[in-house]
Every structure is written in structure tokens, then in C-alpha cells.
Design a protein around this ligand. Structure first.
Ligand SMILES: Cc1cc2nc3c(=O)[nH]c(=O)nc-3n(C[C@H](O)[C@H](O)[C@H](O)COP(=O)(O)O)c2cc1C
Length: 185
């Protein structure tokens, strides 16, 4: 399924240390590529998720606000990126709060080719680890740009860095504690 993703982008995803995913720009944005850190984080192998929409990670969590934010981004081609915590579940059913970043990869002509995403478990992190992930994601986006550029693809949206990682981590831990104390979680 990742066969039409330019080879250098596939290879770049493979050697990245942060969780990355790429989805089709059209239709229901099915996944076309996920890397090894994504599988380590979510428990889902590429064969489990490629061809499907990544909302499967949400199971039956309501996620009203974060989903509205993500849908707004997807519906507005002029919005460069979005970043939101969202409740997700690993393949084994363990819940976590995913700090999801999304932006677009466009053709030189401006047409959206893929939706780019990165995931991070902010609910089991420490503020220093979140700050480190942020740096790695910024570096990943920076290094991806010339690689994608060679394949005629523009990486859009500079990273919205997290100003207060301690507050985000604390909030995510509270969200997770709330989930784990409910009988259905
Ligand atoms: C490339 C890509 C990666 C995504 N990764 C996740 C993810 O890891 N977790 C998640 O809950 N949603 C993820 N989403 C968002 C959902 O697929 C979906 O867009 C979101 O739930 C809003 O739409 P819905 O309300 O129709 O589900 C991703 C979307 C794209 C395009």
C-alpha cells in the first residue's frame, strides 16, 4: 500500500525515532505508511492499520473536542497544521493520551498529496521527555523537507512547539487517571 509513496520518504520514515504516519489526502484518509516507532507505541503493525483510518485507535472514546479540531484542520486546506491531545488505545486495549500532530505534504503545484502525522504518549511521559520529543519532531520535519523536496513534495507547517510541557503532561495524566477509574475503560 505504501508503493506509491516516494521511496526516500518511506526510507526516512523507517529510520526515524519518532512515531510517524502518512495518510491519503483523498477519501477517508486511509493510512498508507506507518513506521516502527508507531507500531511500538500503538501495538499495531502496518498490516493491521494500512488501508484503514487511524481513528481506529480511538475505539469508542468520545473525544468530541479533539476530533472536531482534527476535522476542522482536514476541512481547511489553508490551515498549516494542528496539534491536540486525544484519547487512544493500544492494540491490547491499554488507554493512553496521544499528543497528535498533523500537517500536509503537498505537490509543488500546491495540491495536497498526503496528510502527515506524528504520535506521542504524553500521559506516560515526563515533561523532559516531551520536550525531547518536540525537538526530535522538529528535527524530523526539518530533515524531511529536502528529502521530500527531491521527490517534488513540499512539507507544510512548521511545528507548533509545546510552550509548557509540564502542564500538558500533568493534564494528560489526569485525563488518563479519569479514564482508568471508570468501569468501562
Ligand atoms: C495521517 C493521520 C494520522 C492520524 N493519526 C491518528 C492517531 O494516531 N490517533 C487518532 O486518534 N486519530 C488520528 N488521526 C485522526 C483520525 O483519523 C480522524 O481524522 C479524526 O478522528 C477526526 O475525524 P472523525 O471525527 O471522522 O473520526 C489521524 C489522521 C491522519 C490523517
Amino acid at each position: 500500500m505504501s508503493s506509491d509513496v516516494p521511496r526516500p520518504i518511506v526510507e526516512y520514515f523507517e529510520q526515524s525515532r519518532v512515531a510517524l504516519a502518512l495518510a491519503a489526502a483523498e477519501g477517508d484518509n486511509h493510512l498508507v505508511l506507518v513506521n516502527t516507532p508507531f507500531s511500538r507505541l500503538t501495538g499495531f503493525e502496518p498490516e493491521d492499520v494500512v488501508g484503514r483510518n487511524c481513528r481506529l485507535l480511538q475505539r469508542d472514546a468520545a473525544n468530541i473536542e479533539p476530533r472536531a479540531r482534527l476535522r476542522e484542520f482536514l476541512a481547511r486546506p489553508t490551515q498549516p497544521n494542528v496539534r491536540t491531545p486525544i484519547v487512544n488505545f493500544r492494540k491490547d486495549g491499554t488507554p493512553f493520551v496521544n499528543l497528535l500532530y498533523m500537517s500536509r505534504l503537498r505537490s509543488n503545484e500546491g495540491e495536497t498529496r498526503y496528510i502527515f502525522a506524528s504520535q506521542f504518549d504524553v500521559s506516560r511521559s515526563q515533561p523532559e521527555l516531551l520536550a525531547e520529543y518536540d525537538e526530535q519532531l522538529a528535527a524530523t520535519l526539518g530533515r524531511l523537507a529536502p528529502i521530500a523536496g527531491d521527490a517534488g513534495i513540499v512539507v507544510e507547517g512548521t511545528l507548533l512547539t509545546i510552550a509548557n510541557s509540564a502542564a500538558i503532561v500533568a493534564q494528560a495524566k489526569m485525563m488518563l487517571a479519569g479514564l482508568e477509574s471508570t468501569p468501562d475503560a
